[in-house]
Design a protein around this ligand. Structure first.
Ligand SMILES: NC(=O)c1ccc[n+]([C@@H]2O[C@H](COP(=O)([O-])OP(=O)(O)OC[C@H]3O[C@@H](n4cnc5c(N)ncnc54)[C@H](OP(=O)(O)O)[C@@H]3O)[C@@H](O)[C@H]2O)c1
Length: 241
């Protein structure tokens, strides 16, 4: 397997949940990692935690709803790594939506962060991606396999994100850059805890996918020999409810 040791990586949404687990796994595997999210205190504390065991981590504020913030983040990424091997696009907010409750407001927010924000970041970082072993990983969602009834705005933005990853793959594969989309089902993160609380449901994290499981999937996709690309990987909890 081609390991990730000494490779350069950018991980968005790395201050908690799935993004944090991915950054942690990459650091433990010996990668040099730049993390991004909106909250500076969280970035500082994650950075301190991941570097305490000798890892190479730096942090830069990033707000995917703001092109200025994205451009500043990409400048920092270019300064940190002239040659970028791995880009993991994991950041995102979750807005509840329904067709009978201001669907367009939630849709605007979701499209702004997930689709426009990630597109801006990807196009900005692309010229720095390594053409010998560059790899872009999108963290999408199992919602793309359903009809989106539970959350139409979220579903629409995740479908758009999938399409964006597919068209990016078609454009960059010939340059030697791989693109993988991972579609996790319900995963035990702070987001899932707050969704359960808002719905008045008991939160039972032990029965669902763990953030570390998604990180393991990301690491395995990265570690395939570069001649092979995992395009799409769907993950669901074993005991369906
Ligand atoms: N948990 C699940 O069940 C599940 C299932 C399928 C897919 N996913 C996907 O996996 C990804 C991570 O989910 P999660 O559950 O780990 O979420 P989470 O616990 O809410 O963490 C989200 C991360 O993204 C950052 N973030 C949020 N809005 C941002 C913005 N506008 N700009 C930059 N960073 C932002 C957050 O930090 P700040 O708030 O400080 O910015 C945080 O680091 C999401 O894209 C989600 O759609 C999650």
């Amino acid at each position: 397997m081609a390991g990730v040791e000494l490779k350069t990586a950018v991980v968005t949404g790395a201050t908690r949940g799935i993004g944090l687990a991915i950054a942690d796994a990459l650091v433990k595997a010996g990668a040099r990692v730049l993390i991004g999210a909106r909250n500076q205190d969280s970035l500082d504390s994650v950075c301190a935690r991941l570097t305490s065991s000798g890892g190479s981590v730096s942090a830069q504020m990033l707000d995917l709803s703001d092109f200025g913030s994205i451009d500043t983040f990409c400048d920092a990424a270019r300064e940190e790594f002239a040659d970028l091997n791995i880009l993991v696009l994991c950041a995102g907010t979750y807005e509840h939506s329904a067709w009978d409750m201001q669907m367009t407001d939630a849709l605007r927010l979701a499209m702004n962060v997930k689709v426009l924000g990630n597109a801006r970041l990807a196009e900005n970082v692309l010229p720095s991606m390594s053409t010998t072993d560059g790899h872009i990983v999108f963290i999408n969602s199992s919602i793309v396999r359903g009809d989106g009834k539970g959350n139409p705005a979220h579903a629409a933005s995740q479908h758009a994100l999938r399409s964006m990853a597919d068209s990016l793959r078609a454009s960059v594969n010939a340059k030697g850059i791989r693109v993988t989309t991972i579609y996790p089902g319900k995963t035990a993160t702070p987001r899932q805890a707050s969704i359960a609380t808002a719905a008045g449901r008991q939160y039972q994290p032990d029965d669902i996918i763990q953030a570390e499981d998604v990180a393991l999937a990301v690491l395995q996709c990265l570690e395939f020999p570069h001649r092979t690309e995992v395009t799409d990987l769907h993950m669901r909890q074993t005991k369906k409810v």
